[in-house]
Design a protein around this ligand. Structure first.
Ligand SMILES: Cc1ncc(COP(=O)(O)O)c(C=O)c1O
Length: 370
């Protein structure tokens, strides 16, 4: 396949290069001043009191769970429609992930929480998938009622708003990933937790740095999960650009929506009700999804499927918990229909129009053939 339109395009420019080199030359390689500056600016951006960086989004989620006091044999509710790291972190923390099916925003359905609760349930880990915020009022209501902590997996939704508030700032802890394909990256692995709870922030600072309370004193079993300074220096610049990049993504989404709205064989992303999505991915549901994907790829358009297998049907989860399919029907159907089209800030109108023309052509031909 000759790729005419890539799926995503991470940005690494001269300013970022200079910031990284400057940090490497002048600061400690790990947890240098740029790390602290990045954390301060990220907390300000999310409107939270604290931000603590980590070496990945996975580590952010894992340490957030540990700092929430989760224990072996306790349970945390989450969605089966996410990247596997969401549920894996619950296992890493020694607890059990209990899945809760999704609603028509493709996020954990708050109305299903009550049916999934047991005396062992201690927390909820909703995921703002594809850049679209969860129904946080519903989730927080359930959490308050049943005394559960809420850790938002905001790894795909930097800058998205729920009722005017930044995602990540609504629950007890918010976790972000800066993996290379995200709306903002550190040009390598990296993550961040945000919170308004000082003791949680301090606990995560210790946990990410070998359990240190001072340089030579360790009072918890810690991890090596720190952010490298050069990556933080890049993150500072990426963060400055985030709002502009997100606006460009939103404009691109509008073009897609306008062009695709009359094609009856596809379902467009959910309408924005009380939320501002940052379109980490532009996801449609499509009839004959796999054939459409192949057709687009044969025309030089890269696409993705997020995710072709819901977490509970991944081999390891089948082995651990005996899932067979049918347990979470909405997530299972979702995984058979979703298709992500190219989405990045500098995608051009012409490129989007080309993708839409090819989708139209595909269904015109198929529907004529019957
Ligand atoms: C929803 C979600 N959760 C968790 C993660 C894990 O983040 P990382 O890859 O930085 O460990 C990712 C990203 O890959 C993600 O998309």
């Amino acid at each position: 396949m000759v790729v005419k339109i890539p799926f995503c395009k991470p940005v690494f420019n001269k300013e970022m290069e200079e910031a990284a080199v400057n940090a490497l030359r002048n600061e400690r390689f790990v947890l240098g001043e740029s790390v602290q500056k990045f954390e301060e600016e990220f907390a300000k951006y999310c409107n939270t009191d604290y931000a603590v960086s980590t070496s990945s989004g996975t580590n952010a989620l894992h340490l957030a769970l540990l700092a929430s006091g989760i224990k072996k044999d306790q349970q945390v509710l989450t969605t089966p429609t996410s990247f596997i790291a969401t549920a894996n972190c619950i296992l890493h923390a020694g607890a059990t992930p209990i899945f809760c099916d999704i609603d028509d925003t493709y996020n954990l359905d708050p109305n299903k929480i009550i049916d999934r609760l047991t005396p062992k349930t201690k927390g909820i880990m909703p995921v703002h998938l594809y850049g679209y915020p969860c129904d946080m009022d519903g989730i927080l209501d359930a959490a308050n009622k049943f005394d559960l902590f809420v850790i938002e997996d905001a790894c795909q939704s930097h800058g998205a708003l729920y009722k005017g508030k930044k995602v990540g700032s609504l629950g007890d802890i918010g976790c972000f990933s800066f993996y290379s394909t995200k709306n903002m990256t550190v040009c390598g692995d990296g993550g961040m937790i945000v919170t308004n709870n000082e003791s949680i922030a301090k606990e995560i600072e210790k946990l990410r740095n070998c359990g240190r309370s001072t340089w030579n004193e360790m009072d918890v079993v810690g991890y090596t999960a720190r952010l490298n300074t050069a990556n933080a220096a890049i993150g500072i610049i990426q963060l400055k650009n985030l709002d502009e990049w997100n606006e460009k993504r939103r404009k691109n989404a509008d073009i897609y929506i306008n062009k695709l709205q009359n094609i009856g064989d596809i379902i467009l992303p959910p309408k924005e009700v009380d939320v501002k999505s940052v379109y980490h991915l532009f996801v449609i549901k499509a009839r004959h999804r796999d054939e459409l994907k192949s057709w687009l790829e044969s025309n030089g358009i890269s696409c993705g499927i997020y995710y072709p297998i819901p977490i509970h049907l991944q081999l390891i989860y089948k082995k651990l918990y005996g899932y067979r399919g049918g347990e979470y029907p909405i997530s299972e159907k979702h995984s058979e229909e979703v298709l992500s089209l190219p989405m990045f800030p500098d995608l051009t109108k012409e490129e989007i129009e080309y993708v839409c023309e090819k989708i139209e052509e595909f269904y015109d031909e198929r529907n004529v053939k019957g």
